[in-house]
Design a protein around this ligand. Sequence first.
Ligand SMILES: [Zn+2]
Length: 420
Amino acid sequence: MSRQGFITQGAITVKNRQIAYVGRKDSLPKIKAEKVIDARGKIALPGLINCHTHVAMTLFRGLAEDKPLDNWLEKSIWPLEANLTWEDVYWGTLLGCVEMIKTGTTCFADMYFYEDAVAKAVEETGLRAVLAQGVIGANVASLGKETLKQSFFFVKRFNGSANGRINAWFGPHAVYSCNVELLKEVRRLASEKNVGIQIHLAESLEHSKKVQEKHGISEIRLLEKIGFLGSDVLAAHCVFLSEEDMQLLRKYNVKVAHNPVANSKFGLAISPVKELLDRGVCVGLGTDGPASNNSLDLFESMKFTALLQKQHYEDARVMKTWEVVEVATLGGAKALKLKNVIGSLEVGKRADIILIDFDKPHLKPFHNVYANIVYSAKGSDVDTVIVDGRILMEQGELKTVDEEKVMREAEKRAFNLTTR
Ligand SMILES: [Zn+2]
């Protein structure tokens, strides 16, 4: 995608789950279509890609507010998570999947517990995902061993599942919550299975300081030292970075998932996305879990990305609108090792397409498509969603999941959790 990439009076055809034609309608070859969608007044865009979330945390939405990260995690979230069941994760994920489909996200990266419940929800709703069963164990060796074993079996069982829509990766929680031996073992297994690794990295100054005090070097430098860094590592946050850290991310082609809303909400700093992009680091966009955002709407995150970068650098020229859209689509595809599969509307790629209804007062007049997408559109303007050539939502109506039932069941479970 580029500024030149916009086609007016366009048409797209889909065959065997793939995009077969993209271009002007008047050049469309004659075909007999099984199904025709009239997209007049709408904009077709590659489905948005959420590079970092914990979808089942929809159940905790709005439950612990106005708390700093450590307090939020240790006093509110971890005690609740200790009581989570497989069914809770399943219904919480379904709720998140409904929200994602309705706001134009077609693919997401997730790391959590009971990740097989997440996989089931992905399979049923028709979304695409890169999933990781979380690995954790800083001080308790047996916990690290056990969670790594579960993670390994998850990769074996789910990588390539749901007709190829699910890729299973490893998901060590963070440098401060996994010891060096555990991280080395994750690296070894990920290379052996040829799958990627999702990890939280350089999220807060306190975590970075802890690692610095213990090891005498930064989190990223430590990961380099133990041979962990690589082009298959997707690092969420990367807020606190030195010049050397940024150079290491570039050198090893580490991918970054930028989560502007969650970072702001915890009062953390702003990730130097402009400098990362200038150095050629691949950046995708994430929401983080719906308990720390509190939304899965990537339109909102696109707007935050543009605004915060401009503010951070005190320069209105930073993060142009089309760059933001590229980060949320093709950037995400590259970050998830799916750049040949999704992320742009190109012949031969999988048909992951959204239609945004531009016939709305807040999207008039139509001077600049990218400005309208980043600054004026909302997730609720998404009208139709197609993943892998299958229609998941048409004219606002969900096709693969019972929205009412999911809302009722998820809410019941969320209330039940707080009283357990
Ligand atoms: Zn996270």
